[in-house]
Write a new protein. Structure first.
Length: 395
């Protein structure tokens, strides 16, 4: 792909919003941010019409999309379909997520992600294995009958090579001493969730190397006066906390309190998206249980939360409107923070020279107009996804 420059945009950089600058891209990477008048005349310009250019969104918990669940069809085709669906809403990087299932499903999921990365499926960064090493006390929608110990066979599976970034959600009180340290040393990101851990057990997990919290407040004991539990440990620790900001999973007031309590602001927006994205009337069957949407969330017939119908663009919007966050911070919670959690802070999550050109173009309402992954436009609200140099060139 020939070099080109994105021009006529307000650019969300690490230094804040900048106007009058162009973002020069060569291949998959950003090579320069420079005054528009300094763009060489030989380089094609893509006119963004004065809209906002921001870092692409990274979602570390994506169960499905395009009418499919990754558990049901753990294939490269499913991963590609999920990526296309979520790209419409600004997601440029994601972890296909396996909910607790049989070991052969997890094996198939690992193989599918490995193959998807090998063939270059846009956006896939690795895999999130959410269970089956969880507490039956906080199973949620997970089938507790399938919960099992994190044994040597599971360790070998989680450390499968060439699958990108691996995140595992586990309950530390259900895992043998030393296993978290072993996983972390092997390169696995450990996130704590679906857990009845005490404060001491949770802090022990962080000391052993766990760096994440899976959907803070959901599927864990509440903060109590004499037992802070996992919530208290999460807010006191340096762990990155995933938040489902849909107005239903957690009351916005509780999330606002959490934002004030955790001084390092290590929060990540996640969708926990199920098969149907951005469809308030959708329903499907998962592991023989009917699941239906109500607003931004999914529920089973017993009223249990079963993931969300949230998109990353909607999560960013709600983080501003419900939590009172500045849009710059809301977008950082969808880009820079998850990139740092995954150990990709030097390559993803920001618009800067040397970073992968994963970008989102937004209008004044923060709706997605275009999505770029690795320097290639993969979604355009107006239907134009031709390569730069063959598409429109502004002056």
């Amino acid at each position: 792909m020939s070099p080109f420059a994105l021009c006529n945009a307000v650019v969300h950089t690490a230094a804040g919003l900048q106007s009058g600058v162009a973002v020069q891209i060569d291949g998959r990477h950003i090579v320069a941010i420079l005054p528009e008048q300094d763009v060489p005349s030989s380089i094609p310009r893509v006119d963004l019409g004065g809209r906002l250019l921001a870092p692409g969104y990274i979602d570390v918990q994506v169960n499905g999309g395009a009418g499919r669940m990754f558990n049901d069809e753990p294939t490269v085709d499913t991963i590609a379909a999920m990526g296309r669906d979520h790209a419409r809403f600004g997601t440029t990087g994601f972890l296909p997520t396996l909910i607790t299932d049989r070991i052969e499903v997890a094996e198939a999921g690992m193989a599918a992600v490995k193959a998807a990365i090998a063939v270059g499926v846009p956006g896939v960064l690795g895999i999130h294995v959410e269970g089956p090493f969880l507490s039956p006390d906080y199973a949620g929608i997970h089938d507790a009958a399938l919960f099992r110990p994190l044994d040597e066979a599971a360790f070998r599976l989680l450390t499968t090579p060439d699958v990108g970034k691996v995140v595992v959600t586990l309950a530390p009180e259900r895992v043998e001493a030393g296993m978290i340290d072993r996983l972390v040393r092997a390169g696995v990101r450990v996130s704590v969730g679906h857990s009845n851990a005490t404060y001491a057990q949770a802090m022990g997990a962080f000391a052993a190397g766990a760096t994440g919290i899976t959907h803070l407040f959901n599927a864990m004991a509440s903060l109590a006066s004499r037992e802070p539990g996992l919530v208290g440990a999460a807010l006191e620790s340096e762990a990155y906390c995933g938040l489902i900001v849909d107005g239903q999973h957690v009351d916005p007031a509780v999330l606002r309190i959490a934002l004030r309590a955790k001084s390092d602001r290590r929060f990540m927006l996640v969708t926990d998206a199920m098969a149907s994205v951005d469809d308030p009337a959708s329903h499907f069957v998962f592991q023989n249980r009917p699941i239906h949407a109500e607003g931004n969330a999914f529920y089973d017939d017993d009223g249990r939360l079963a993931g969300s119908a949230l998109t990353m663009s909607r999560a960013v919007q709600l983080a501003s409107s419900l939590l009172g966050l500045d849009p710059l911070e809301a977008r950082a919670m969808a880009s820079a923070n998850p990139a740092a959690f995954l150990g990709l802070e030097s390559s993803h999550g920001a618009i800067a020279p040397g970073r992968v050109a994963d970008l989102v173009v937004l209008d004044r309402a923060q709706e997605v107009c275009q999505t770029w992954i690795g320097g290639k436009k993969v979604f355009d609200r107006e239907g134009d996804t031709e390569p730069p140099g063959e598409a429109c060139h502004g002056g």
